[in-house]
Design a protein around this ligand. Structure first.
Ligand code: HEC
Ligand code: HEC
Length: 278
């Protein structure tokens, strides 16, 4: 029985379509590396992999996984090819060819090639901090859920990410705003930004921005404090303080512009990130 669950879960984790290997020249100039740092900062790589990219061990954040380990990213980037990094970052597939489960790759499926190469350039240039982490472990309850098909692994989630729709739009704010929202906010607010069940409650439909002035929105992103002076939105305040102070004025006003167009669009019902009955 236990052996069957193990084999069935391994079969699901390994039965993923490998992407065509990503081939790119990774720049080494200071401007590209600095841009890569910005990409990593606003997408949360530091929050989960450590402020010096030294890696982090998660014992309770993802309770259904017994032991999740976010590896030392600076070391990983020096040891592995750009194709291996790209498979993990955009497709949710690890260096061993198995689907990842805790790393939110669906958030970066639409990351552009130019941002991706800058990100890899930065990771490769980062000083490697010494670290020794235990081996990650998938517990039996997680294996059972994977084997029975009741949860999706990361490669499954990646396959649900909708394509960008407005990248040919005449307004630059619409293009940049959509791109940023769909590679930053969809981690928690749903693959379509219209709300999701998040680890610590519900992340609202981002059409909620209709209630925000641009100044309120800037305050939220820079300080984690929402309208009404609410300064503890749990996960939102935490990620805002870690990631969003690095956003430029143009990035913030583009996000604001794009997110304010969401309200007139219909909201899809009963999608996996927003089940009807939860
Ligand atoms: C929400 C937390 C979280 C964020 C944000 C995050 N990671 Fe991860 N990452 C993990 C965890 C946990 C793992 C270990 C694999 C797993 O459990 O899915 C991981 C694994 C990886 C791996 C190794 C995959 C393998 O096993 O071969 C790479 C590469 C990686 N992350 C890169 C990044 C980059 C680049 C960013 C920023 C764009 C990032 N991560 C942001 C949590 C995170
Ligand atoms: C790591 C998860 C996470 C990410 C990433 C994230 N959010 Fe949130 N956000 C949440 C959660 C959870 C809430 C609900 C918090 C609560 O009410 O306690 C929330 C709430 C909000 C609110 C509502 C505040 C209010 O007035 O109640 C806004 C606006 C918002 N997020 C905007 C954004 C934008 C814009 C982005 C991308 C730039 C983003 N969030 C990225 C998790 C996240």
């Amino acid at each position: 029985m236990a052996g069957g669950v193990y084999l069935a879960s391994e079969w699901r984790l390994r039965n993923v379509e490998l992407p065509d290997p990503f081939v790119a020249t990774i720049p080494t100039d200071a401007a590209s590396i600095e841009h890569g740092r910005h990409v990593a900062r606003i997408r949360g790589c530091f929050g989960c992999h450590g402020q010096s990219l030294e890696g982090r061990v998660y014992t309770d954040q993802w309770p259904w996984v017994e032991l999740a380990v976010a590896p030392n990213l600076a070391a990983y980037a020096q040891e592995h090819s750009p194709a291996t990094l790209e498979a993990a970052i955009r497709h949710g597939i690890g260096v061993d060819g198995r689907a990842l489960w805790s790393m939110p790759s669906y958030n970066w499926t639409n990351l552009s090639d130019s941002d991706l190469v800058a990100l890899i350039a930065f990771l490769r240039s980062a000083e490697v901090q010494p670290s020794s982490h235990p081996k990650p472990k998938l517990g039996w309850s997680a294996r059972w859920e994977i084997a029975s098909g009741s949860v999706m692994h990361m490669a499954d989630w990646v396959s649900l990410v909708p394509p960008l729709q407005y990248q040919d739009h005449p307004l630059p704010a619409m293009r940049l705003g959509e791109y940023l929202a769909m590679t930053m906010c969809n981690e928690c607010h749903g693959l379509d930004l219209r709300g999701a069940v998040a680890p610590d409650g519900r992340a609202p439909d981002l059409a909620i921005l209709a209630a925000y002035s641009e100044a309120d929105f800037r305050t939220l992103l820079a300080t984690g404090t929402a309208i009404g002076g609410r300064d503890n939105l749990n996960l939102m305040s935490m990620v805002a303080r870690d990631r969003f102070p690095d956003l430029t004025d143009e990035e913030i006003s583009s996000l604001y512009f794009f997110l304010n167009t969401l309200g007139v669009q219909p909201v899809a019902e009963d999608v996996p990130w927003r089940p009807k009955n939860e």
